[in-house]
Design a protein around this ligand. Sequence first.
Ligand SMILES: Nc1ncnc2c1ncn2[C@@H]1O[C@H](COP(=O)(O)OP(=O)(O)OP(=O)(O)O)[C@@H](O)[C@H]1O
Ligand SMILES: [Mg+2]
Length: 107
Amino acid sequence: MAFLELKNVHKSCGSRGTRTEVLRDIDLQIERSEFVAIVGCSGAGKTTLISMIAGLARPDSGVITLNDLEIAKPGPDRGIVFQNYSLLPWMSVYENIHLAVDQVFPN
Ligand SMILES: Nc1ncnc2c1ncn2[C@@H]1O[C@H](COP(=O)(O)OP(=O)(O)OP(=O)(O)O)[C@@H](O)[C@H]1O
Ligand SMILES: [Mg+2]
């Protein structure tokens, strides 16, 4: 089994009635230390795919595993650089960083 593996991953977005299929039947295997770039036009689903690997979104069906364990939530074993600013402007730099660290290491 590959280090990171996506099997038959499907994902749709939007609310009922206006649901759009974003990713269909995605199979991907990435080995440890392998460097992979995912390229596609705007709206192709790159961020959707990365968000699921990061554990920020769940596939509608299919499975994503990292080191043989299903990805169910974000974790310190995965990092993500957001495409857009994801800072809370009413908080200080320290508070923004503290908020994220608190989520991963509450104690
Ligand atoms: N929360 C959402 N609700 C409805 N549609 C969404 C949502 N998130 C993404 N989409 C749609 O899913 C599709 C894929 O979006 P995504 O952001 O993954 O594309 P992308 O490849 O990262 O694009 P870009 O290169 O512009 O960053 C787009 O059509 C987008 O409009
Ligand atoms: Mg994107």
